[in-house]
Design a protein around this ligand. Sequence first.
Ligand SMILES: *Cc1c(COP(=O)(O)O)cnc(C)c1O
Length: 390
Amino acid sequence: MGTVSHPNPLHCVQAPSTLATVTPADAAPSPRETIRIRPALDALPAYVPGRPPADDGIQRYKASSNESPFPPVQAVRDALVAAIDGLNRYPDMGARALREALGAEHGVDPAQIAVSTGSVAVTGDLVRALVDAGDEVVFPWRSFEAYPILVGMHGGTSVRVPLTAEHALDLDAMAAAVTDRTRLILLCSPNNPTGPALTTEQIESFLARVPEDVVVAIDEAYREFVDPEVAPDTARLFAEHANTVLLRTFSKIHGIAGLRIGYAVAHPRLARALTQVAMPFGAASLAQTGALACLQPAARAELAERAAALRAERRRVIEALRAQGWEVPDSQGNFVFLDLRERSGEFADFADARGLVVRAYGDDGVRVTIAETEANDRLLEIAAAWRELS
Ligand SMILES: *Cc1c(COP(=O)(O)O)cnc(C)c1O
């Protein structure tokens, strides 16, 4: 990465792509392609990943992808190093050890745990298991940008339901959006990128209004960042409602986003269907090993401390931003949302020039990950400077 000085290797993201070194002059001319690509792909939005820090000598913090600012815990490192020796073998396709551990954790049969390459892949599996061409998937918007891509890629129709004025899921409008073509509803809680979380009561009364043959997936990618006193009892809701499914990931608080592993807790028929459509060997052996290591008691304790520290930082940042005069939604995730509307891109550039990489969402707003304390302090400085100049 050339001349950039990064005191913490975490800030130095993404090696240059080798593809970039092939200039058009070196490349052989391509024969003319007459193959037919599915027209559905023309309408797919592109997934825009969080920007990596630019390589221009300014030391930057990456607060654009909701990653953990901490490196993997020691137990994960040790387990991964030990597992390298087995890399000549395919992974356990049934991810037996991991599913047993997760089954015990969630109080379900291991057969009810569906594991794949990140919970994005599991969400794609849900669409493939449930949605035929023309069937509808209802989700909030703005929300996780993978949703419309996964739905469209598998031939479904996205039904985007706008958030409330407080940037929370509008469950009344979502219930009203259900038709007899609806097969799946995605509830993102806490909602990425805006932050509000649903309560047990809200989800329960929503479930009462949704037909029992429509699957309601609760995407809990940020579950560990929710203040314990308001965290919804999704385990009970799952146990009582046969049409619910919980989505979890090891990419956020567990700090192994690079390994790509996530899972669903599903009722038996859906779990079987998810296994049928899952990519064979999708959960790599190192990913399974890393996830299992996160579930060991010492690792859990350390991850719980990190979650508590990030929650405290989130509180500190939100209070300070409000004191500066910002209107900040009540985030329960490891991120905050600034309602900057049409000035979102401008703010992202402003922050970038001052050493903080954030994520702008069109004309909706800017999401900033709660990261290491210095990065959070930098956000507060930048936010104050912006208000002074605007
Ligand atoms: C980050 C995130 C995920 C996790 O995706 P992985 O594929 O497991 O890395 C899932 N849902 C939401 C809403 C997210 O923000």
